[in-house]
Design a protein around this ligand. Sequence first.
Ligand SMILES: [Zn+2]
Length: 480
Amino acid sequence: MRMYWTLIAGLAVVLPAPGHAQQQTGLVTVAEAMGAASLNSIEFTGSGFVFSFGQAYEPGERWPRFIQRTYSAAINYQTSAMRLVQVRSQGEHPPRGGGAQAVGADQRTVSVVSGKFAWQETDTQATPNNGAALERLRQVWATPHGVIKAATANAGKVDGNTVTVTVEGREFKALLNAQNLVEKVSYLSTNEVVGDYAIEIAYSDYADFGGVKFPRHIVQTEDGHPTLDIIVSDVKPNAAVTIAAPANVREAAPQPLRVGVEKLADGVWYFSTPNARNWAVEFNDHIVVVEGIGSEARSLAAIEEIKKAIPNKPIRYVINTHAHYDHAGGLRTYVAQGATIITHELNKPFFERAWARPRTIAPDSLSKAPKAATFETVSDKKVLTDGSKTIELYHMKGTSHNVANLLVYMPAEKLLFWGDGYNPPAGDDPRDRGRTPEQTIDLYRVITMNNLDVKTIAPAHGFGPKPYDNLKKAIGLIPL
Ligand SMILES: [Zn+2]
């Protein structure tokens, strides 16, 4: 009797589990092939190319390319922590597309995550960025060993040559090669312009580093185009990686989005959040917003202020200077509220395609109450006027930043708004020190070609409003 019940009890435990046991066996085999079981931390360094997501020269085209002089990751899998050091320099000559081209001196960024804390590091300070923690943790679990560790810890499933696991709220798939090495990891991400999109990381050219297999070539694509392509030169398995969030990061409270409001001229208002600015212009019976910049959250906060500055008039139009994601991320909110988009004719088919895509990860107000966007398009020039106010839109032909970029000009007020090209720094020194002046010269050429009499520039990025002479000083036309 005793043996019988023991057997039943044993069966009762084992029977529901053979699938699970097989899964575990499969994962153990993969972990052994990868050398993952005994790997608690890793450092790897490479170099190659990095690309700027959402900053294509032409809507739908590949992302602009930069040189990645250094890509150096230090990961501790046990504490869910990673420090990533990247050094980039200008990659395309002449510049083509956005991403703050043309890069002047090499740019070094240090992005760190440790559990739920995330921050940027410089030599002297840590800037909290806890909102980035989840996406950075996904990067940790998307590494070749990370995905196998995540699958082992989170009841991942093996089906043929595919490992599937849900971690940090997303389903990851890892594809194995014939040697049981991870050759591709993919998961879904989200963006305000295109909605759901795939991140895929291909790992190839594996080598043995002290019993741990690691790829020597890593290619990441986002929404179908490369964002990283590096050759790995150095791998240190089980390097000592200690990453702890500094006190100011641990104690950082989420910052509410505050919109600064400034009057540029009669009936022209300037709305500012960190590094994102737009205008609202009061016409007789409606409002025209210049740039649906940023995100839905940014647009909702701005619209609240726009309605206070210009009460009791509907927002009938929103001008979009170009389709770069930092400029177009907040457009859909205006559409949801009934505004018509004015943009260059090349952008309309891009937005229509992008906005037909699924938005399962981050639904917005337009996806929750869908309606077709209405467009008025510009080819060379368009004038909006009702006698009280006039806005002129010019296609910025032949610029390196974007093929379908509009310049916004108000002739009576001599005011200028543009998508990118010159981001004035704070203070009186007009020089945009992060970049070479190529795109500012492009902008100056468009202004003079169209005989625009500009007095004040109130831009989308950087600081403003600034005197137009600052732009001329920045490109050496007026001495500093
Ligand atoms: Zn741009």
